[in-house]
Design a binder for this molecule. Structure first.
Ligand code: M6R
Length: 623
């Protein structure tokens, strides 16, 4: 996700900012920028570049002039959420008055409404971002209150719904910076005798300068002044205690957020990602009931409601998410759904009618086969709806409408958090469309929404089995073949578990609907063959137990993923992993986590390159 750096002191700010932005590159980004000022000059200089920090660095070398020596600065690497990756949308954003500059991580959910109010007050906007709305809002209070920056920031943040970590710089008072956070981390490093301060969205860029760090709490604002003690208040400007931590961290580990691999980091990020994905979309109302708010659905409601037939096109993991989407849409909306490999669909002369809706699912938004499938669907006049992670990506641009999954950059080649993000979006879409169609009962709608908002918490619970799964994984490194079996909503999870394992551990693995086993794959079962059953309570539980008995009697080694507290399956399985009980359509969001962890740990135990497995690319932009 986006990264923030800031500096105030007596050294040149730009070198720290540029190095810091490089150190935050691991978070993924599409553009970068810095703003510099100097107490004596009373001006702010902004430099931005699309693409790599190197581009920004080159620009700075060519154009910085005396600003290169300025000693106060803020910087940002942006991962687009509102508006495509471009220089205009990159941070820092200046207020219209030119007096304030701001960098921001997070999402301002009510930015549209705030923007309309500011436009009425005469404010104009240069970018499509929610961040520019925030800096203009701060500017509004700043002009009103006699230019007291901290007060203006707190007033603006009180009007803001969403997540933020921000740092604000002032043109005519370069002696301080104001920082704040809510639901997005921000850390302030204290230099010798408070003579300088370093700011970061995490400690990576700070650690080589200081070990004294202050982690801001939610809804806290910090006033950072050179040569003064740090002052922290809440949004009502009531002073809070400044808790300084002595942080000692290994910088190489920090670049992966403290995890040994991006894949593990991304697996553990999922609770936060799903929260981000649902933010402002699954909304609890004043009467305690839930509503689902998807602007894509709102804008294309008539066309979506008219759809007689939905075709989902995708590849790999995104295709597995599509299989879950099929079950969700058919269950909630009673619309017929087909799920197609984009690579087959594009060459198959498929039947596409004008009233069809084609849903394209892609993490990268750049997959060549999915793009070609979209173009074909458009030629035939279907509405094409994208479920994409890469903001401003080719697929995002080619589709007429859609929903971003907002899980942040995925760097590990094996897709993990994108899958749960895609399934979350498909769940919200099916629920909202089903409600509009009147095909989902209100109590069921409410029950599923209530389950959805619990998912981040329950995911954390499942992830606690990480050590147990790591131990278990050592027993499987010998395996040459694996079978993954599941039913209903967990059948695509079996496919996904098998794909994860083969991608990174190079063990051959197949996923099957459990009942299909006796139509062929059972011939493979022997003592050497690990078989993973996803056998939670809802999914034809008793029938899956029979399938398990068939495997047990042929000596297969069973690892079962069961609903918490299930002791019956102990009789058949060598090993058990648990997931909390939840309504069955939401189970994949939990049951896929042990699959991801198992694949990860088997590959690690085999000493393989988990993040960059052989022969695979993160984004498959060729056929
Ligand atoms: O970026 P996309 O979601 O369009 O990519 C599709 C597949 O290439 C991708 O899911 C691939 O299968 C992953 N390596 C799975 O882990």
């Amino acid at each position: 996700m986006c990264g923030i750096v800031g500096y105030i002191g007596s050294a040149k700010a730009a070198p720290f900012l540029i190095k810091g932005l490089h150190q935050l590159e691991y978070r993924g980004y599409d553009s970068a920028g810095i703003a510099l000022t100097q107490p004596e000059t009373g001006r702010i200089e902004v430099f931005k570049a699309k693409g790599k920090v190197d581009n920004l660095e080159r620009k700075l070398q060519q154009a910085a002039g005396e600003a290169a020596a300025f000693t106060v600065g803020i910087g940002h690497t942006r991962w687009a959420t509102h508006g495509e990756p471009s220089e205009q949308n990159a941070h820092p954003h200046l207020s219209g008055s030119g007096e304030l500059a701001l960098v921001h991580n997070g999402i301002i959910e009510n930015y549209q409404l705030l923007k309309e109010q500011l436009v009425e007050l005469g404010y104009t906007f240069q970018s499509e971002t929610d961040t520019e709305v925030l800096v203009q809002l701060i500017d509004y209070f700043y002009q009103k209150n006699g230019k007291k920056l901290k007060n203006a920031v707190s007033q603006a943040l009180k009007k803001t719904i969403g997540a933020y970590a921000i740092v604000v710089m002032e043109r005519n008072n370069g002696r301080h910076l104001v920082a704040a956070r809510k639901a997005s981390p921000l850390v302030i490093g204290i230099g010798q005798d408070s003579s300088e301060f370093f700011i970061g969205s995490d400690a990576t860029p700070l650690i080589e300068h200081t070990h004294k760090m202050v982690y801001l709490e939610d809804e806290q604002i910090a006033e950072i002044r050179m040569g003064h003690e740090l002052e922290i208040t809440n949004l009502d400007e009531i002073v809070a205690e400044v808790s300084v931590k002595d942080v000692d961290l290994d910088i190489s580990a920090l670049s992966k957020g403290g995890y040994p691999h991006f894949m593990l980091k991304e697996i553990f990020e999922q609770p936060q990602c799903i929260e981000n994905c649902m933010r402002g979309r699954v909304v609890k109302q004043a009467d305690g009931t839930y509503d689902i708010n998807l602007s894509a659905l709102h804008n294309f409601k008539a066309k979506l409601i008219r759809a007689r037939h939905v075709i989902i096109v995708a590849c790999g993991t995104s295709w597995h998410a599509g299989l879950i989407g099929k079950q969700l849409i058919e269950e909630m909306c009673r619309i017929r759904v087909e799920v197609e490999y984009a690579s087959e669909f594009r060459y198959r002369n498929p039947v596409i009618e004008k009233d069809d809706v084609v849903i394209a699912i892609s993490q990268s938004g750049e997959t060549a086969d999915t793009l070609a499938a979209i173009q074909l669907a458009k030629q035939e006049g279907a509405l094409v709806f994208g479920i994409v992670n890469g903001v401003g990506s080719s697929i995002a641009r080619e589709t007429e409408t859609g929903v971003y999954i907002h899980v942040g950059p995925e760097i590990g080649v094996a897709s993990t958090k994108a899958f749960t993000g895609q399934v979350t979006v498909l769940t919200m879409l099916s629920l909202a469309l089903g409600r509009a169609l009147g095909t989902v009962a209100e109590d069921k709608f409410q029950q599923i929404c209530a389950g959805l908002v619990e998912i981040p918490r329950l995911m954390k619970q499942v992830l606690k089995q990480n050590d147990a799964i790591a131990n278990l994984a050592s027993q499987f490194t010998y395996a040459k073949n694996f079978l993954y079996l599941g039913r209903g909503y967990n059948y695509p999870v079996a496919l996904e578990g098998a794909l994860k394992l083969k991608e990174i551990s190079y063990i051959h693995a197949e996923g099957y609907p459990a009942a299909e086993m006796k139509h062929g794959p059972i011939a493979l079962v022997d003592k050497e063959m690990p078989i993973v059953f996803i056998a939670t309570h809802h999914q034809l539980y008793h029938k899956i137990i029979s399938n398990m008995q068939e495997v047990q009697s042929r000596g297969g080694r069973i690892l079962a993923v069961v609903t918490e507290g299930d002791t019956d399956i102990q009789k058949f399985a060598h090993d058990l992993l648990e997931v909390p009980d939840i309504i069955n359509c939401l189970e994949p969001l939990l049951s896929v986590l042990p699959m991801q962890l198992l694949a990860y740990h088997v590959a690690v135990k085999k000493g393989l390159n988990v993040d960059m497995p052989r022969n695979l690319a993160k984004s498959v932009t060729v056929e």
